[in-house]
Design a binder for this molecule. Structure first.
Ligand code: PLP
Length: 393
């Protein structure tokens, strides 16, 4: 369910406010409080019964700082409502627990933590089916029971491969299932899955939404109806975001459109420079015209994002040496911060997969994944060139 905005993304997020503040603060102040006092028992009963709006207890989600953040999160994805969580995995686990009991079908590559969580869902008795991106013809068969949940990521990690969200949503809905998309890699500035037919969007806000590698948080955006189904799981599994973190995240969101557009520009510049480098075999970036998913990405995304992968000549040793010789790109997992990061998927995010599983997914030992930050693009390109020159000269 999505609501069409009348203003641009930057205007909307900068002017996201819930209440006029008595002290004149443009945004909700930080309410660190866990509980709220009432004048009379009758007032408390009116709130607890839902007759009146009002705050009761922060773990339940009733906290003005968190609620203003959630209004902003919903707006970014053009959703009716949003829930903020203590981490991306908290958001994903609440969604799977609330909506996945009839069966979860995953399409394409998934974040490693999500793959582990799916194994835990199986321990709880949830039927889980994993399909490769190429196995979409098997999707209809896998959706044999009404009320199942289809789960995917696009662009995927680390190959940046693109799934057609509208096409998936059509198949999923024809079989009475729901579609959930982890939109962490794209960010809501570059892609809004709900407008393409998805039912639930998930984010690790520890990445682009937070944007400074100093916040651990998560978000879920959906229709009010679905948000109401997920909310009790967050409440009773105790997955609420801390108000202090919510205030930091709300501040980060006000620069999200600006940051993402610069991440997009920087990543494209780096991708183009690396594409022409003699020691780089291929660059995987949705913004490059010869990338296999380019046309689809151009259709369903407004920008191509700040993530790219590239295959270095040689193999594991050479790629590791390039990573070790970089000076600006920090050798670290994670993504989406102002600082550029490099990681070697076969040694980090996809370490747990067998060589065969990595081969199936196109993850070679020479692949490096870059999270292109907000430094000057020329400096980032120069850093990559000097590291490559050290290894290959
Ligand atoms: C990091 C990440 C997560 C998990 O988020 P946390 O905030 O670390 O819990 C989930 N999905 C994707 C795509 C991620 O990159």
């Amino acid at each position: 369910m999505s609501t069409k905005p009348t203003q641009g993304d930057a205007t909307r997020i900068i002017h996201n406010r819930r209440h006029a503040d008595a002290e004149g603060s443009p945004y909700a102040p930080l309410y660190t409080t866990t509980t709220y006092r009432f004048e009379k028992t009758a007032d408390l009963l009116n709130v607890i019964s839902g007759k009146d709006d009002g705050n009761l207890y922060t773990r339940w989600g009733s906290n003005p700082t968190i609620q203003e953040l959630e209004q902003g999160l919903a707006q970014l994805e053009q959703a009716e409502a949003a829930l903020a969580f203590g981490s991306g995995m908290a958001a994903i686990s609440a969604a799977l627990l609330a909506l996945g009991r009839n069966g979860i079908v995953c399409v394409g590559d998934l974040y490693g933590g999500t793959q582990e969580l799916l194994k835990q869902c199986q321990l709880l008795g949830f039927p889980v089916t994993l399909l490769l991106k190429e196995q979409q013809t098997e999707l209809a068969q896998a959706l044999h029971t009404p009320g199942m949940l289809v789960y995917c990521e696009t662009p995927a990690n680390p190959t940046l491969s693109i799934l057609d969200i509208s096409e998936l949503a059509n198949v999923v809905h024809a079989h009475g299932a729901l579609l959930a998309v982890d939109n962490t890699f794209a960010s809501p500035i570059n892609q809004q899955p709900l407008t393409l037919g998805a039912d639930v969007v998930l984010h690790s806000a520890s990445k682009y939404l937070g944007g400074h590698s100093d916040i651990t948080a998560g978000a879920l955006m959906a229709s009010l109806e679905l948000v109401r189904k997920v909310a009790p799981w967050r409440k009773n599994f105790g997955q609420i975001i801390a108000p202090e973190v919510a205030a930091l995240l709300a501040r980060s969101l006000r620069t999200l459109p600006l940051r993402i557009r610069q991440h997009n520009d920087n990543a494209l510049a780096v991708a183009q420079a690396m594409q022409n480098h003699p020691n780089i075999r291929r660059v995987l970036y949705p913004g490059l015209p010869d990338f296999p998913g380019h046309a689809l990405a151009a259709q369903q995304m407004q920008g191509f994002g700040g993530m790219l992968s590239m295959e270095v000549d040689g193999g594991f040793e050479q790629a590791a040496a390039v990573a070790d010789n970089l000076q600006l790109f920090l050798l670290a997992t994670s993504l989406g911060g102002v600082e550029s990061l490099v990681s070697q998927p076969c040694a980090t995010s996809h370490y747990a997969l067998s060589a065969e599983e990595r081969r199936q997914r196109g993850i070679s030992d020479g692949l490096l994944r870059l999270s292109v930050g907000l430094e000057n693009a020329e400096d980032l390109i120069h850093d990559l060139q000097q590291a490559l020159a050290r290894v290959f000269s």
